[in-house]
Design a protein around this ligand. Sequence first.
Ligand code: ATR
Length: 308
Amino acid sequence: MSGPKPLLTIDATTRLCAVYGHPVKHSASPAMHNAALEALGLNWRYLAFYVHPDNLRAAIAGAKAMRFLGLNLTVPHKLLAVEMVDVLDESARTWGAVNTIRFEARDAHGEWRPLGLLDADAATEIRSHGFNTDADAIVRAVWEDLRIHPAQARVLLLGAGGAGRTAALRLAAGGARDLWLVNRTESKAAELAREIAQLFPTVNVHVGYPDSPVELILNATSLGLKPADPSPLDTSRFPVTRADAVYDMIYRPAETPLLRAALDAGRRAANGLGMLLYQGAAALELWAGQPAPVAVMRAALEKNIYGN
Ligand code: ATR
C-alpha cells in the first residue's frame, strides 16, 4: 500500500524544536519544519506551544532545561524575548526583535556551538542565543513575489508592533526613499519614525498616510487574521489603487480582504508565505548547521496553507 512516508520513530534520542505563540494554532511552522527535518533525516520534531507572555521567560528556561535545540517566537513574544535570552546576535540587536533562539553548549575546544551539532546530553552548560531571521526574509520574499527591492522604494507600512518595527528598520537599512508609517496607536509609529530618522537620515520617514502614490503597501498588523477584522488600510485616506503592489505578512487566511482588494484593483499582491518560508529556512540552518531543504519546506507550506 502506498501512502505518506512514515516519520522516523520517536524514541529516547528524539530532539525537539518548537514555536511559542499566543495565539499559535494558526501556525504553519510545524508543517514546514517537520517536512524539512524528515527530508534531512534528523530524528528531531518541531512542535507548537501556546505560551502566555507572562510565562515566556519560564517557557524559554524550560526548553533550555530540557535541552531543546531551538525555538521560534511569534506574536507577541518577539520584542519581549530580547530581554530574555543569554546572548543577542547582531541581527536581533539590529532589527530589535528575536524570532529565533538557538540553544548552544561548549564543544571540546570550549567554543559555543549549536546544541543540535553536539551530544546534547553531555553538555554541562547551555545558553540561549537570540537571532532575527525575519528581517532578511521580508526583503527576500517581497523581491521574489513582487519584484520590489527596498533601495529607493516608496513604502506605506501598516503596523508598528514587533513585525512592523523590524520591517521598517530593514527597509530603511536597505535604502528606502520614503517610508510612511501608519499604526492604530500613533505614538508607536511616531517613536519608530524618530528612531529611523536618527539611524537612517537619508530616508524620508513620515507618520500617517502618503500624499502621493507608493510602490508598496506592506501590512504588518494582525488585522486580517480573523474573518471579522476590518481592513488595516483606511481606503478613504489612501485607496489601494495608489499602490503598485501589496504584501501582507499574514498567510492564513491566504487571501486577506486587503489582498483581495489589491487583486480586484489589478495590483500585484502576495501573502506572507514567502516570509514564513525564508525566516524558517534561516532558523533551521542556525539549528542544524546545514542548508535547509527550501523546496521541501515551500511544498509543505503550500499544502498546509492552500490545501490540495
Ligand atoms: P507583531 O509581532 O505581529 O508585530 P504586535 O507587536 O502585537 O505583534 O503588533 C501587532 C500590530 O497590529 C500593531 O501594529 C497593532 O497596533 P497597536 O500598536 O496600536 O496595538 C496592530 N493591531 C492589532 N490589532 C489591531 C486592531 N484591532 N486595529 C488596528 N491595529 C491593530
